[in-house]
Design a protein around this ligand. Structure first.
Ligand code: SAH
Ligand code: SF4
Ligand code: F3S
Length: 440
């Protein structure tokens, strides 16, 4: 097959980019490309980028610098930048890095095949329009490969919330939800291809309001409809905004057996003064009350969050309020970041916190989170949990999977990839749990 070309995609950023990379590979499949894990043998390289923090964006330029040699070795190699950096600074990329042939934003990548043809003909191609047509609909009937037991499924994109620090509303555009029927169709297709766990994705996934039978569906309704698909055993969703956590969704956490007991619910800060400046439109207190209601519905739910330290004008007292909120919630895990100035966002113009103060605060916060994470893991010892096995472990005969609460669990015994089994947790290690298979 002389015509087969190789595509290498490197994915940065959030899970939505992981999902998009899969869709881009499918789109390029129609133009005769198969994926490779080796950039040196690629005929086309796509960097699917993230713009959320300064460092994330800078990585793209250093990666492109490293690719110079590949292009010298293989003059036919085409290099493309996709994702959120492409959307935010596409023209600048083309100017700064002449070896880039193609730039396409996260809303336009269904047009990749035609752009590839132009690039092959020696042109440069740039597309960062927010199109009116549904990109997923355009990609719907592409041939798809068999796949592992877990999958992401984007149901909602974009954001209208405009937190003062965040680029997402600019890189991903306004909030849009996919019609429920399309989501269900894609989920059934995934299950037919071997998927047993689906994580629904959106920048604000719980703001989902897709057109469905009988009118507008919220996320809870969608979760319940998905739970009726035979063979789909587990449902998760991420990322959620506290203000969009409605009663139906909270109730589903208590009542829908397939909805897993893990919730990522970022709060960013525990100081009301800072939350207000962040334009978060919730308070620390309202967040804590919300957590209480969620835990009342599902007592063993494991909570996770995102935190920003050193937001402009954050004082020691503000930071202390964040530490107190973390103490009060007791997280199962959390992600934390130093505030990073993003040009064009309102917070970029405000008085900045010195770097060394950010560093020290991040260190203290992460120490607390690590302690909580460890305690949550240790508390699993002696409990029985479901584990969906995803791959072989490092030791002979060992298999690794994720528990209901999203902990990595390893066992030794007779299980296959894709098996969902009951496991008793016997030991808690630094990054994973050891379990014993219970008879099925
Ligand atoms: N939509 C999600 C978050 C998307 S971005 C939500 O609202 O929860 C993921 C995380 O990156 C955010 O939760 C925030 O903690 C972090 N983040 C976003 N912009 C940032 C910035 N300018 N500096 C540091 N961290 C940032
Ligand atoms: Fe960014 Fe805020 Fe929207 Fe999340 S809710 S994507 S942090 S603007
Ligand atoms: Fe990054 Fe874009 Fe996701 S900025 S976090 S890849 S939405």
């Amino acid at each position: 097959m002389a015509d087969v070309k190789k595509l290498y995609i490197k994915t940065y950023g959030c899970q939505m980019n992981v999902y998009d990379s899969e869709r881009m590979a499918e789109a390029m499949g129609g133009s005769g490309y198969v994926e490779t894990q080796d950039p040196a043998e690629a005929d086309m390289i796509l960097l699917n980028t993230c713009h959320i923090r300064e460092k994330a964006a800078e990585k793209v330029y250093s990666e492109l610098g490293r690719m110079k040699q590949l292009k010298l070795d293989k003059p036919d190699l085409k290099i493309g930048v996709t994702g959120c950096v492409a959307q935010a600074e596409g023209e600048e990329i083309m100017r700064r890095q002449p070896l880039v042939d193609l730039v396409v934003g996260p809303q336009s990548y269904h047009r990749l095949p035609e752009m590839e043809a132009r690039v092959r003909a020696g042109e440069k191609a740039l597309d960062t329009e927010f199109p009116i047509e549904d990109k997923f609909d355009t990609l719907r009937h592409r041939p798809k490969a068999r796949r592992g037991p877990t999958a992401f499924l984007t149901v909602q994109e974009g954001c209208d919330k405009f937190c003062a620090f965040c680029v997402v509303p600019y890189t991903r555009g306004a909030e849009v939800s996919r019609p429920a029927g399309r989501v269900l169709e894609e989920a059934r297709d995934l299950v037919e291809r071997g998927v047993r766990e689906i994580t629904l994705l959106g920048q604000n996934v719980n703001a989902y309001h897709g057109a469905g039978e009988g009118g507008d569906w919220g996320l809870a309704r969608l979760v319940w409809a998905l739970s009726e698909i035979d063979g789909l055993e587990r449902i998760r969703f991420t990322t959620s905004h506290p203000n969009d956590m409605d009663d139906d969704l909270i109730a589903a956490h208590g009542e829908c057996a397939k909805l897993m007991p893990y919730l990522h619910l970022p709060v960013q800060s525990g100081s009301d003064r800072i939350l207000k400046r962040m334009n978060r439109s919730h308070t620390a207190e309202s967040y804590l009350r919300l957590i209480e209601r969620i835990r009342a519905a599902r007592p063993d739910i494991l909570l996770s969050g995102d935190f920003i330290v050193g937001f402009p004008e954050e004082t020691d007292a503000d930071f202390q309020a964040t530490m107190e909120l973390i103490e009060a919630v007791n997280y199962g895990s959390a992600f934390s970041f130093k505030y990073s100035t993003r040009p064009g966002t309102p917070a970029a113009e405000r008085p900045q916190v010195p770097e060394e103060v950010k560093t020290e605060r991040l260190y203290r916060l992460q120490e607390l989170i690590t302690r909580q994470q460890r305690a949550a893991q240790d508390a699993m010892v002696g409990r029985r949990v479901g584990v969906l096995f995803e791959k072989a472990g490092r030791m002979p005969g060992q298999m690794v999977g994720k528990s209901d609460h999203l902990h990595a669990v390893h066992v030794t015994g007779d299980v296959a990839i894709g098996d969902l089994r009951q496991v008793e947790i016997i030991e808690s290690g630094p990054n994973s749990l050891a379990g014993r298979l219970l008879s099925s």
